[in-house]
Write a protein that binds this ligand. Structure first.
Ligand code: ADP
Ligand code: MG
Length: 230
């Protein structure tokens, strides 16, 4: 993956099982977001191949792909003039062409599942950061994606709000959702990941179980990174 002539990602070779949680860790600028963006074609790699359920994502139209691959960002990207309910409904109607009544029913269901049953009529400005992030997650889930991508979704939250969002994500993983999670929350990665990927300077430096990555790091770079963040 290049930005202009600058090669951001090199020789990345990864696989994630259906139903598994992959956590990507690594220093700022190591290419974590770029890798996630390649998975739903927000960024287009110049070479290589990315397969979703056996099929190259380059053969799937971006619109169609983004229905199958949900993404949640650090900054929630909600529409400020719409309520929580409106945000989820809008996405269902625009992205999937779901009729209003059905969209409302699905949106209510999803918002209830993320603990926002009593906040559906609030606009983003009247919600806490944690609640806004849960709306963003509900909005992505409403489209029934096969894969969910999370890019540092708790990094902009006040510390006391982080836990609720992580708990929601852990529950989602337990329910069988396939997830790729870029995170600085090492305890989360350690507790819930099936595999942890450590990236540095556009490369995957180590991949392994949480026990291997955190308990027995092989490379000096990972050891240094862990000593800085833990
Ligand atoms: P991370 O998410 O690990 O912090 P990124 O994927 O955002 O890393 O960035 C990887 C590298 O690509 C960094 O050197 C960054 O400066 C560069 N980069 C990211 N986005 C762009 C862009 N839109 N244009 C040019 N360079 C970019
Ligand atoms: Mg990033």
């Amino acid at each position: 993956m290049f930005y202009g002539d600058y090669q951001v990602l090199q020789k990345v070779n990864l696989a994630a099982e259906a139903g598994s949680i992959t956590c990507i860790i690594g220093p700022s600028g190591s290419g974590k977001s770029t890798l996630l963006r390649c998975l739903n074609r927000l960024a287009e790699p110049r070479g290589g191949d990315i397969r979703l359920d056996g099929r190259s994502v380059l053969d799937i139209k971006p619109d169609r792909l983004r229905r199958r691959v949900g993404m949640v960002f650090q900054h929630f990207n909600l529409f400020p003039d719409h309520t929580a309910l409106g945000n989820v409904m809008l996405s269902l109607r625009k992205v999937k062409g779901v009729a209003t009544g059905t969209a409302r029913r699905i949106a209510i269901q999803r918002l209830s599942e993320v603990g926002l049953a009593s906040r559906m009529d609030h606009r983003p400005i009247d919600l806490s950061g944690g609640q806004q992030q849960r709306v963003a997650i509900a909005r992505a889930l409403a489209l029934e994606p096969e894969l969910m991508l999370f890019d540092e979704v708790t990094s902009a939250l006040d510390p006391e709000l982080v836990k609720g969002v992580l708990k929601l994500m852990a529950g989602l993983g337990k329910s069988g959702m396939t997830m790729v999670v870029v995170t600085h929350e090492m305890n989360f990665a350690r507790r819930v990941a099936d595999q942890v990927v450590f990236m540095d300077e556009g490369r995957v430096v180590e991949v392994g179980s949480p026990d291997a990555i955190f308990g027995n790091p092989q490379s000096a770079r990972l050891r240094r990174f862990l000593s800085e963040v833990l």
